[in-house]
Every structure is written in structure tokens, then in C-alpha cells.
Design a protein around this ligand. Structure first.
Ligand code: HSE
Length: 299
């Protein structure tokens, strides 16, 4: 028996929601196939699309780390082989490690006859994020697993909830051709937040969530502001400030760093505007002489 699962790319943080907000970008993602094997234990047998860079070591590969934790919980004693096909670039800020572990967990759960609910897979994917990025954050794995826009209300205890997504919300992803390691872009963050910034950030998070439920594009737009992580991270991303400036008059709702970067996400109230800001971003990078990949997708 053989089961293949797909898990989508994700935009984590969504500006103000550092480590607590994320949404799935369904068109892009990773694929994992799992099979039973005669030999007991877990094995990563094939990895494609990673230019030979991801580890086969069961304790280092995010797929096997997640699946191993799941199999231990289920007390499964048999053998399973994992075949990962990367669709997402590494170190891109599009939730690449999360998509791999989520696809592996979903495929394994189906192979075993669905012993666990979707939501129960989340803690295993978070363990894999801890290994991949040094922090077991859930704002990529939760939307990759559950789809749509997700809020991580609390980590301890874990409390994750799906948010409403207004019709007509589109996302443009601007992925420059270089990598940022999440552990590195977490290391530049301030550990203390001034009270005035905490107030601005809380207002924006609440505004963004209310804007999604009320389908109020203006409120969403005003809330796409991050005074905690972005100021420290934007300097690591060539072109970020230029894109932010260039899209101002194009009708987009706003932009932010996707996860820990270097991808920038831009939210728009129509597909037409999402394509327009994609073209504008391409021009910005052309002028800078930097290569970039662009994607437009409904949220
Ligand atoms: N919330 C995480 C961070 C996402 O910003 O570090 C990493 O993709």
C-alpha cells in the first residue's frame, strides 16, 4: 500500500501576528509518499527537488522527525518508508519545512487508516519545526495542515482556530533568489518589546482578525503593520522596502515579510490588483538586478 499527500505553502506572521497567524497558499507545496516496508523502523528512502541538500537522517529530516513522533505516540512497531518531493524552495519563508512534515504526517495517518484527527497531527509537526528552525512555532504547520487562515491563540496549552477569509482576498508572493535561515532571522529579534509597541501590535492583530470576519478590506489594510519583527528583519531582505513603497498606489491592502523571509507577501482585494503588484515587484527587482519568482493565489 502506498499513500501520497500534498501540503501547501504558508505565509506565517501575516505582519502583526508574529508566531500566531498564518494562511495557506494552496497552489504551491510539497508532496510525500509513504509505504509500508518489511523492515521495521522508519526510513527516508528518496528526496527529490532539494538539489541534494536535505538530510536522510531520520532524526534530522522534518518529515521523519514528525512521523517518528507520531508513530511513537501510536506505539506502531512496523516499517515505513518516506519519499519526499519538494515543490517549495528551502529557506524561502514560504513554510517549506512545515509543508514537508505536514504532508508526511497526513500520508502516514492515511496509510495507517486515519487513527488520528487532523488537529491531533499538529504537535508532531511542531516538533519537526523545532528541529528545522530551532523554535517549535505553529504558524506555518497549522495553516498547512488545516488550510485557510489560522490563529494560534495559545501554545501552552495549544489552542488553534480557523478564521474567516473574505471572498476576493488574493496574495502575491515575491520570492527573491536567496535563502534566509529561520533560526538566523529569529536571532536578530529584540527580546523585549516596549509597551507602546505592544499596544500597536495588539491593536493590529485584533483589527486584522475583525477585518477578516467583517470582510472589511479597509480594516485589514490598516492592520497590516508589524512593529515587532519587521523593523529588525527588513534590513536582511534586499528589495523589501522598495516593494513596500512601489505598491502603495496600486490598490493593494498591504505587504509584509512572509514568515522569516526573504519572501514578501502582498495582500490585494482582487486578482487583478494581485497581478498588478506582481508586475510592479518584478520591475523593482529588475532594476536592482536581482532574480525573483512571483506567485499569485487566492487566500
Ligand atoms: N513565525 C516564524 C518566524 C515563522 O517568523 O520566525 C517562520 O517561518
Amino acid at each position: 500500500k502506498k499513500v501520497t499527500a500534498f501540503a501547501p505553502a504558508t505565509v506565517a506572521n501575516v505582519s502583526c501576528g508574529f508566531d500566531i497567524l498564518g494562511f495557506a497558499v494552496e497552489e504551491l507545496g510539497d508532496r510525500v509518499t509513504v509505504t509500508f516496508s518489511e523492515e521495521p523502523g522508519l526510513k527516508v528512502t528518496k528526496i527529490e527537488g532539494d538539489q541534494g541538500r536535505l538530510p536522510y537522517d531520520v532524526d534530522k529530516n522534518t518529515c521523519s522527525v514528525a512521523v517518528k513522533a507520531m508513530l511513537e505516540k501510536l506505539d506502531f512497531q512496523g516499517g515505513i518508508e518516506i519519499h519526499l518531493t519538494k515543490g517549495l524552495p528551502l529557506g524561502s519563508g514560504m513554510g517549506s519545512s512545515a509543508a514537508s512534515s505536514v504532508a508526511a504526517l497526513e500520508a502516514t495517518n492515511r496509510l495507517l487508516g486515519n487513527p488520528l484527527d487532523k488537529k491531533d497531527l499538529l504537535p508532531f509537526a511542531m516538533i519537526a519545526e523545532g528541529v528545522a528552525c530551532g523554535a517549535p512555532h505553529a504558524d506555518n504547520v497549522a495553516p498547512s495542515l488545516l488550510g485557510g487562515f489560522v490563529l494560534v491563540r495559545s501554545y501552552d496549552p495549544l489552542d488553534v482556530t480557523k478564521l474567516h477569509v473574505p471572498n476576493g482576498l488574493y496574495c502575491t508572493l515575491v520570492h527573491p533568489h536567496f535563502e534566509l535561515n529561520t533560526a538566523d532571522s529569529r536571532s536578530v529579534l529584540r527580546q523585549q518589546v516596549p509597551l507602546k509597541d505592544a499596544i500597536i501590535q495588539s491593536g493590529n492583530i485584533a483589527g486584522l482578525v475583525a477585518g477578516l470576519f467583517q470582510e472589511d478590506m479597509g480594516l485589514i489594510s490598516r492592520s497590516l503593520q508589524d512593529v515587532i519583527a519587521e523593523p529588525s528583519r527588513a534590513v536582511l531582505i534586499p528589495g523589501y522596502e522598495e516593494i513596500k513603497e512601489a505598491i502603495k498606489e496600486a490598490g493593494a491592502l498591504g505587504c509584509g515579510i512572509s514568515g522569516s523571509g526573504p519572501t514578501t507577501f502582498i495582500l490585494s482585494p482582487s486578482r487583478e490588483i494581485a497581478h498588478k503588484v506582481s508586475d510592479i515587484s518584478q520591475e523593482v527587482f529588475n532594476k536592482m538586478g536581482l532574480e525573483v519568482d512571483l506567485y499569485v493565489s487566492a487566500v
